[in-house]
Ligand binder design. Structure first.
Ligand SMILES: N[C@H](CCC[C@H](N)C(=O)O)C(=O)O
Length: 283
């Protein structure tokens, strides 16, 4: 079988790691099986998500990016990925050195390079309407919902950042039941498109601890849209201020959401790890 060679860039944003493929010029994105092969940490390159750099859909954006999870499922949003794509485009020379715009399946994002490998991304306006998360079985946007999980009543918030999130407030994020409750909530009929499940501890009005069991990847070292979701849920509940640091196992992100009707912004690092050529000799 002819061996296809695919150049890639390995990157991470606060420990959430990615394989970046340059598909500009209309090259075909990887199918689900290829995503799973690329993501495999033993027989592939290894990553939480595959990100593709593609031609912008409309004028004004430098490029478009798309996202596939390690299990091959697509997503509409990836906060850590957006910062890595921004860094990739600056290094490529496509983005110049000032602010620019990026297109994702969730919409258009303003990007501000902050220097030192850090970027601020406008992540859109958090969407709390249950039908738009989507969250089934609830008709009004509430600050908290309750579901019976493992014979116990579980309270959670629900919000879309372009992708679905559940946010559970816990007293001790280090001891949170991430690996048990995460998949249980993802499998609930309440989340018809599954969900990224965040476990958040309020350390102070301006500091949140967070761990996320991601859709299609399991627990990751960081989830950018998850940090946005946790901050938005806790801000709306009045539990934290409108500028917060979100401390994840892989690093810290800064979230600002001045008021409910404006986009929320996320700032954080983007790191290059290596460049390579994937030899696809799957038989
Ligand atoms: N697992 C997510 C996509 C990746 C999001 C995450 N890596 C981030 O930084 O936002 C989903 O299926 O919606």
């Amino acid at each position: 079988m002819a061996q296809a060679m695919r150049r890639f860039t390995k990157m991470h944003g606060a420990g959430n790691d990615f394989v970046v493929l340059d598909l500009r010029g209309g090259r075909t994105p990887p199918d689900a099986a290829t995503c799973r092969a690329l993501a495999d940490r033993h027989t592939g390159i290894g990553c939480d998500q595959i990100l593709t750099v593609e031609d912008a859909l409309a004028s004004g954006a430098v490029a478009r990016y798309r996202i596939w999870n390690a299990d091959g499922s697509p997503s509409q949003q990836c906060g850590n990925g957006a910062r890595c794509i921004a860094a990739w485009l600056v290094r490529d020379g496509a983005a110049g050195d000032g602010d620019f715009q990026l297109d994702s399946p969730a919409g258009r994002h303003a990007v501000t390079p902050l220097g030192g490998g850090r970027f601020r991304i406008a992540m859109g306006v958090p969407e709390f309407e249950p039908a738009r998360v989507p969250l089934r079985g609830f008709h009004r946007a509430l600050d908290a919902y309750a579901l019976e999980v493992d014979d116990a009543l579980l309270a959670f918030g629900a919000v879309s950042m372009g992708n679905p999130h559940a946010v559970i407030e816990v007293d001790d994020v280090d001891a949170a039941p991430v690996a048990t409750i995460g998949p249980r909530l993802q499998a609930s009929v309440a989340f018809p498109e599954s969900a990224n499940v965040g476990f958040a501890q309020v350390h102070a009005r301006d500091r949140i601890g967070l761990r996320v069991y991601e859709r299609g990847a399991g627990e990751t070292r960081a989830c950018g849209s998850g940090a946005c979701a946790a901050a938005a849920v806790l801000m709306r509940r009045g539990r934290v201020a409108r500028v917060v640091s979100v401390e994840l196992p892989g690093g810290t992100l800064q979230i600002e959401w001045p008021s409910d009707d404006v986009p929320l912004t996320m700032a954080g690092p983007a790191s290059f790890v290596f460049e390579g050529e994937w030899i696809d000799d799957r038989h």
